[in-house]
Design a protein around this ligand. Structure first.
Ligand code: MN
Ligand code: MN
Length: 473
């Protein structure tokens, strides 16, 4: 054996993750760039849960999917529940009860909601403001002094509904929660911990700034704001109570980096996995797999997955039961349990990629790196794996085998150093139903920030991984 042969032998024994840009064929590199283009449009169009559902349904209808219940001949079906969660399926040739292949992602993202009674006139500043209540794990200081758009949905007392979107179109006004100037921040902010420096009580939004010309009304700014809202949306103050109004970053998603090899944008946790999952499903429409392919988008993951649209709700079980009925199979409790027990699920959620500014929070050998493909996490959770799913070794090996067979770039990584912090996904909720489940998603930098960063190599590899998985046996 000469030196070269020894080196080759050694390489075969080592596990080494591969860099997509270095090792992918030129055609695939081109695909990674073209795949990212419509993704930007998706991020800009789907900034709330309801908007993501609307975007998804439009895409499904264009691909001839049918809402359940539907005629048995239709092999492409979906269900939307309370406008906040959706599941879609392409029926396979085997019975559904033989087990489904599912990619499950969540479509809610951290944000700042308006309170139910939000509007007030602030006499000290001479402005009309909105009180807010943040949703999910945000760093509050990031949401001040940044342009925000107001998105949402109002149900008026007569039952009529109104969709709201202000601040996305060119020329539309945006909103600001002003931060305190550094000149006067010494006591209010600089003496405090980072988490307390901007308090939730100080996250009031400047909603409007003028009163109706010539008006002598008391609280004339608030009155004028209400008058504009009445003209624009036909609402009165009480209608805020039955509204879901959300502030999201107004800045659109963009290519990032000199080489444009990355995407920066809001809400990629976890709409990057939702987007890649549905694109993977649609890319498999002619694949005719044996197993039924399912993509599931859940809500409320950022606040614990509870509620009637969270992953803990009965919806996903009910959807699979409706698939059984649709396919002429028994939807009995026993058959539904059997279906889940026979099923394989990728919990599609993002993970934390090593950040050049904070490498110390990761243990690099077991962390996800940009450009090295879809990130597999055998377990999430925190501390001694509390709250984790912990995929079985058998299923982990199977997923790696599928990815290797399809030449998908993949890597294994945990979310941060042991005892550094931690985080959960919906993996354990799905696993509680008896299915084989593993976390599998994209590594982000700046997760939960207003502008999360991903690599186009990893975006594409996530899609390629889901695509290979959905058709596997
Ligand atoms: Mn997530
Ligand atoms: Mn999250």
């Amino acid at each position: 054996m000469n030196d070269k042969e020894t080196k080759k032998k050694k390489n075969e024994l080592l596990y080494e993750r591969k860099n997509f840009w270095k090792d992918a064929p030129a055609a695939e590199i081109k695909q990674a760039f073209s795949f990212a283009k419509p993704y930007l449009g998706f991020l800009n169009q789907a900034k709330t849960v309801r908007e993501t559902i609307a975007w998804t349904e439009e895409l499904l209808l264009a691909q001839k999917f049918h809402a359940l219940p539907s005629a048995k001949a239709n092999k492409r079906v979906y269900s939307i529940f309370r406008n906040k969660t959706i599941a879609m399926a392409v029926l396979g040739s085997e019975p559904v009860s033989a087990g489904i292949n599912m990619v499950a992602a969540h479509i809610d993202a951290p944000r700042v909601d308006l309170k139910q009674n939000p509007l007030y006139e602030d006499s000290a500043s001479g402005t009309a403001c909105m009180r807010t209540h943040y949703y999910g794990g945000i760093k509050k200081y990031q949401w001040v002094s940044t342009p925000l758009a107001l998105h949402g949905f109002i149900v008026k007392s007569d039952g009529k509904t109104v969709n709201v979107s202000i601040g996305e179109q060119d020329g539309e006004p945006v909103f600001i929660i002003p931060d305190l100037l550094p000149h006067l921040a010494r006591k209010e902010q600089y003496t405090k911990n980072m988490a307390d420096a901007v308090s939730a009580a100080n996250m009031n939004l400047i909603f409007s700034g003028m009163q109706e010309p010539g008006s002598e009304e008391k609280e004339a700014l608030k009155a004028y704001a209400l008058k504009i809202l009445k003209q624009k949306y036909g609402i009165r103050e009480q209608d805020f109570i039955s509204a879901e109004l959300e502030l999201v970053p107004a800045t659109p998603a963009r290519d990032s980096g000199l080489d444009a090899s990355m995407v920066v944008g809001y809400g990629q946790d976890d709409r990057i996995c939702a987007y890649t999952a549905i694109r993977a499903l649609l890319a498999n429409l002619d694949a005719k797999p044996k197993r039924t392919m399912v993509v599931y988008f859940s809500d409320k993951e950022e606040v614990g997955s509870q509620g009637n649209t969270g992953a803990h709700s009965v919806f996903i079980q009910d959807f699979v039961a409706s698939l059984l009925r649709h396919n002429g199979e028994s939807d009995s409790s026993a058959n539904l349990r059997k279906t889940f027990i026979n099923s394989q699920i990728l919990s599609g959620d993002v993970t934390a990629a090593v950040d050049p500014n904070y490498p110390g929070v990761h243990e690099r050998q077991n962390a996800v790196l940009f450009n090295h493909g879809i990130g597999i996490s055998k377990f999430t959770g925190s501390g001694g794996k509390y709250g984790c799913n912990d995929a079985n070794a058998e299923f982990t090996a199977k997923i790696i085998r599928i990815f290797d067979t399809h030449k998908v770039f993949w890597q294994m990584g945990e979310l941060g150093k042991v005892d550094e912090g931690g985080g959960g996904t919906i993996a354990y909720i799905m696993a509680n139903l008896g299915a084989e489940v593993i976390d599998c998603g994209t590594g982000l930098m700046g997760m939960h920030s207003l502008y999360e960063l991903c690599s186009k190599a990893d975006l594409y590899s996530t899609y390629a991984g889901y695509k290979a998985f959905l058709t596997c046996q």
